[in-house]
Design a protein around this ligand. Structure first.
Ligand SMILES: Cc1cc2nc3c(=O)[nH]c(=O)nc-3n(C[C@H](O)[C@H](O)[C@H](O)COP(=O)(O)OP(=O)(O)OC[C@H]3O[C@@H](n4cnc5c(N)ncnc54)[C@H](O)[C@@H]3O)c2cc1C
Length: 403
């Protein structure tokens, strides 16, 4: 959606009245605004909607390239919405504004030995709004679930400026539709999140990591399934694969003597398969993020059944790539640009097994469609988008099917 220059000027004037002159910046055809409250966000969106101007919510900007990324003419920064507003540690809940960085929130919660039990990418700079909008999660998902399980409420501003509070700060609180679950992972296409309420967990005091290495990923796949079928108190479980071979990383959480028993049990399970388990540092849990450090190549996220992890880890290695797969079946993979065509083939194989592959980053010369085969629910999703954002001003074109 484009707006003519008279409209852009009128909108800019309106934004300056809403947020203050110093919080509106115009650079070429791009206008940026930093509202300081939910009310200001609502007024900004109301104005943008009335001029038909496309808006992108912007956290730290670290993953604006993901999806069918197109730059909107108006960037709504959440850099003045950074407060940890409430930490009701007795109730194990908190409310935090969308522009707060993940690490700042966790530091605040640490004072009472609590945390939001999730390990998203780039926690030092990624914001709450961006993480929730992209539904990012790491290996802790194994024990604590994904963001949808941890978010218990939200304030969202719809495209027309309507402020909607969904959920609350009571863990069991839902009367009506769980709208905040709909917002989680919607890539900012249904509304702008201004604050989020999370349920909290106590930070475990005793954990340990075990690593098992093998050149035969099939054996690691067998061990993975045995661990999933066991009574071990697993906190995290992942398979890494690439040029260095294959590794299974297991994180356990329990009291110290139980941890020792469990480590011995894993060692015995590994030995039965002819494998060696050894104690590990916690550095391997950063392996997913390290995949993004490779500047070139194609980065993708794939989903699969846990029983298919070994097969697809081997397939990625054959393409000269590296991958890290959480045991729930979520793989992050990086392959050289020379293997672009094979990535499309890999997607077909995954889809045939009811999995998926979405592109997170690709070089300019690679032109893989980001989302893959569209789901049957597309008409329903379009109807939801139409209801929430009839003028399609929120992140147009970013989501599946060009929503
Ligand atoms: C699948 C996936 C791929 C990733 N790929 C990369 C990558 O290639 N490079 C990289 O550096 N990081 C990447 N990340 C990590 C990312 O940096 C962080 O996990 C986090 O999502 C980004 O937070 P941000 O504040 O930078 O959000 P942004 O990048 O600013 O925004 C991300 C999305 O969230 C929306 N959004 C932001 N704030 C709000 C809000 N308040 N309300 C509604 N919508 C909002 C934006 O419009 C955008 O669609 C990826 C994460 C995921 C889940």
């Amino acid at each position: 959606m484009t707006a003519d220059s008279t409209n852009v000027q009128s909108l800019t004037d309106a934004l300056m009245t809403i947020c203050g002159r110093e919080f509106v910046r115009v650079e070429g055809e791009m206008t940026s605004v930093s509202p300081a409250s939910t009310e200001e966000v609502a007024a900004v969106l109301r104005a943008a909607n009335s001029y038909g101007m496309a808006v992108t919510a912007w956290g730290s900007g670290s993953k604006q390239g993901w999806g069918g990324a197109r730059k909107a003419a108006l960037i709504l920064h959440t850099d003045r919405l950074t407060a940890v507003r409430e930490h009701t540690w007795q109730d194990m809940t908190c409310i935090v504004e969308a522009g707060c960085s993940w690490s700042k929130l966790q530091e605040a919660l640490l004072q009472h030995g609590q945390f939001v039990a999730l390990d998203p990418l780039w926690s030092d700079r990624a914001t709450i709004g961006g993480i929730v909008a992209t539904n990012d999660s790491g290996s802790l998902r194994h024990r604590y679930g994904s963001l949808r399980d941890l978010v218990i409420g939200m304030t969202i501003v719809l495209a027309d400026g309507t402020v909607a509070k969904t959920g609350g700060k009571v863990v069991k609180n839902v009367a009506g539709y769980d709208l905040h679950k709909l917002m989680t992972g919607a890539m900012g296409t249904l509304g702008v999140i201004t604050d989020v309420a999370f349920r909290l967990h106590s930070i475990p005091r005793h954990t340990c990591s075990v690593v098992v290495r093998s050149l035969d990923v099939g054996l690691l796949g067998t061990l993975l399934l045995q661990i999933l079928d066991s009574h071990l108190s697993t906190e995290r479980l992942q398979v890494r694969g690439g040029g260095d071979g294959f590794f299974l990383d297991l994180g356990l959480v329990a009291m110290p003597d139980v941890l020792l028993d469990q480590t011995n049990a894993v060692t015995a399970m590994a030995e039965k398969l002819g494998l060696v388990a050894s104690e590990a540092s916690s550095a391997e849990w950063d392996a997913r993020q390290a995949l993004f450090d490779r500047a070139d190549g194609v980065l993708a996220k794939a989903t699969m059944m846990p029983s298919d992890i070994a097969h697809f880890s081997a397939a990625v290695r054959e393409l000269g790539g590296d991958c890290v797969t959480q045991a729930v079946g979520v793989m992050t993979l990086s392959v050289p640009v020379s293997a672009t065509d094979q990535v499309v083939h890999l997607r077909q194989q995954l889809e045939a097994k009811r999995g998926s592959l979405t592109i997170l980053r690709q070089p300019d010369e690679a032109v893989i469609e980001p989302w893959g085969t569209l789901p049957d629910t597309m008409p329903l999703m379009r109807a939801i988008k139409q209801r929430f954002d009839p003028q399609h001003i929120l992140n147009p074109g970013r989501y599946l099917g060009g929503i």
